[in-house]
Design a protein around this ligand. Structure first.
Ligand code: NAD
Length: 294
């Protein structure tokens, strides 16, 4: 199916504007915490000097500055031994001025990323990636939700895309994006299909989606032919092309003529992922003040 001539273009969901709105609302909560002498604090560990990781971390620090959240970044050398990373993590887990702790991924390959991630205190797990947080998500209990899928849900809500009763198709089954995304959509009333690298007939599944979330890390995997007219298409992918440009998993130029809503890359899910880290940090501070734990 080629885009019909003169077809109305999809509403482009502006993640940067959505994130700005989140920050404006968070400032009021940070001010309220200040009245109780609490300043939310986010600590991050970066091991090595991965260029993309540095950019992501810089964006998180900026978001902290913007909202009045204290940030504390620990830069560790690329060859740091596992014990050293765990010791830094332990220090941050214990620090009363720190409410949220995250590890900037990916970690260098000599480190046991799974073990290190699980050492984050569940009460400070603002990335929502410990098994405690993911287990609570599976069980339908309150938890810190992983930031990228939380950002997607926030974008859908803001755009007025109804999840209840919809058919959602999630492309990708990673523990960070695809799986929690599917659970979060299901919790909001969607019937969910999860597609992955072994799925047969991806296009047929995708075409049945009212909400299509692409999180495969494959540039322009989703083309106009794979999209139901009027669907909400959310592009999580961030792919660096050989020419250095960024591309999502969705062929934006083609799909925008068919979809009802679409997110751009950059400027879609990325800024909202960062915003959700700050939301979770402020929430962690509020919960500590209220004397409860995540
Ligand atoms: P991953 O590599 O861990 O998982 C990719 C998933 O896609 C796998 O489950 C795989 O089965 C599936 N897949 C791969 N090729 C496929 C194909 N041809 N058809 C169907 N499924 C296929 O990646 P991830 O960590 O989940 O990230 C996915 C993408 O999202 C990447 O581009 C990543 O950079 C991006 N990402 C963006 C943000 C953000 O803030 N916007 C955050 C995290 C990840």
């Amino acid at each position: 199916m080629t885009a019909p001539r003169g077809a109305p273009a999809a509403e482009v969901i502006d993640g940067t504007a959505a994130a700005r709105e989140v920050y404006a609302r968070l400032k009021a909560r940070v001010t309220a915490l200040a009245a109780s002498n609490v300043r939310p604090g986010l600590a991050a560990i970066l091991v090595g000097d991965n260029a993309a990781s540095k950019i992501y971390l810089r964006n998180k620090v900026r978001a902290c500055d913007e909202t009045g959240v204290r940030s504390d970044v620990r830069y560790l050398p690329a060859d740091s031994p596992q014990d050293e990373v765990l010791a830094t993590l332990d220090e941050l887990n214990r620090d009363p001025n720190v409410h949220g702790v995250l590890l900037q991924l990916p970690l260098p390959s000599h480190l046991d990323a799974v073990r290190i991630l699980q050492a984050v205190s569940p009460a400070k797990d603002v990335d929502g990636l410990t098994w405690a947080s993911l287990g609570a998500l599976v069980a339908g209990q309150p938890s810190f939700e992983p930031c990228t899928p939380a950002g997607v849900v926030a974008l859908l809500e803001r755009a007025g895309v109804g999840m209840d009763g919809s058919h959602a198709v999630v492309v990708g089954r990673s523990a960070i994006v695809g799986k929690p995304m599917a659970l979060m959509l299901m919790a909001r009333g969607a019937t969910v299909t999860i597609c992955h690298s072994r799925t047969r007939g991806l296009a047929d599944h995708a075409r049945r989606a009212d909400i299509l979330v692409a999180a495969a890390g494959r540039p322009r995997l989703i083309t106009a032919e794979m999209v139901k007219p009027g669907a909400a298409v959310i592009d999580v992918g961030i792919n660096r092309l050989p020419d250095g440009k960024l591309a999502g998993d969705v062929d934006f130029a083609g799909v925008r003529n068919v979809a009802g809503w679409i997110t751009p890359v950059p400027g879609g899910v990325g800024p909202m992922t960062v915003a959700m880290v700050i939301v979770n940090t402020v929430r962690a501070a509020e919960m500590r003040l209220a004397g409860s734990a995540a």
